[in-house]
Ligand binder design. Structure first.
Ligand SMILES: Nc1ncnc2c1ncn2[C@@H]1O[C@H](COP(=O)(O)OP(=O)(O)O)[C@@H](O)[C@H]1O
Ligand SMILES: [Mg+2]
Length: 217
């Protein structure tokens, strides 16, 4: 049998605080198959963003491992293996909207028409008119959609998104949900940390982060 697209087990992560250490993740396990969309809920501060940072290799666990297609991650994997839409978005301020979205495609030349791919994603997300602006010149909700377009442009095998609808007006949400579903349909393992019932509604599986481990939601 082939390995799941993402398999994390025994994940522990403790943070130091002046008021005492907090062990946010306590032996967490998660397996997500290619083509599966899983939502992670949990109260604010339960550790959803901390979990995504470990799964994306941007942070290291105190214990446990993360495997992508059976291979242990070693630092942050390349965009086409695992892409992340962090809560803080992380767009490059000195690149235009279109250049930001093109970045994963330029880092991995693959024969795809980059301009067409970028234009298509920006159009799908209703932000095509912003292509030549800089991130600082568009609203946070628009930046969020641009950051999602950048995360998916290189067709990652694993897509991790942190509260992707948090700053969107209700009219912008359906296009984001459709894009997340499309990524899964095209074979990506998609993990979405979210409070939003509209996102949970499109999930194949819902889990909840409670006391440092995941339970069925
Ligand atoms: N880099 C960090 N340094 C110290 N504490 C952190 C850090 N990242 C997260 N935490 C702590 O871990 C807990 C979970 O945070 P977070 O993962 O952001 O929760 P959520 O995304 O579920 O709202 C919080 O108590 C937070 O203060
Ligand atoms: Mg968070």
């Amino acid at each position: 049998m082939s390995s799941p697209a993402l398999h994390a087990f025994g994940l522990r992560r403790r943070f130091r605080h002046p008021s005492g250490d907090v062990e946010v993740l306590r032996g967490l396990e998660l397996s997500v198959d290619a083509g599966e969309l899983v939502t992670v809920s949990g109260r604010s501060g339960s550790g959803k963003s901390a979990l995504l940072a470990l799964l994306s290799g941007f942070d290291e666990p105190d214990a446990g491992r993360v495997l992508l297609a059976g291979v242990p991650i070693d630092g942050a994997p390349p965009w086409h293996t695992c892409a992340v839409l962090p809560q803080a978005l992380g767009l490059s301020a000195e690149l235009t909207v279109a250049e930001n979205v093109a970045l994963p495609l330029r880092l991995r030349p693959g024969g795809e028409d980059i301009e067409q791919r970028v234009r298509g994603l920006l159009t799908d997300l209703g932000v095509a008119q912003l292509a030549d602006r800089y991130p600082g010149e568009v609203s946070f909700g628009q930046q969020q959609r641009v950051a999602l377009a950048r995360a998916v442009s290189g067709r990652p095998k694993v897509l991790l998104t942190d509260e992707p609808t948090a700053h969107l007006d209700s009219g912008s949400i359906p296009a984001v949900l459709e894009l997340l579903r499309d990524c899964a349909s095209q074979g990506a393992a998609v993990i979405v940390a979210t409070h939003d019932d509209a996102v949970h509604a499109i999930a194949d599986r819902r889990v909840r982060l409670v006391d440092g481990v995941l339970a069925a939601a």
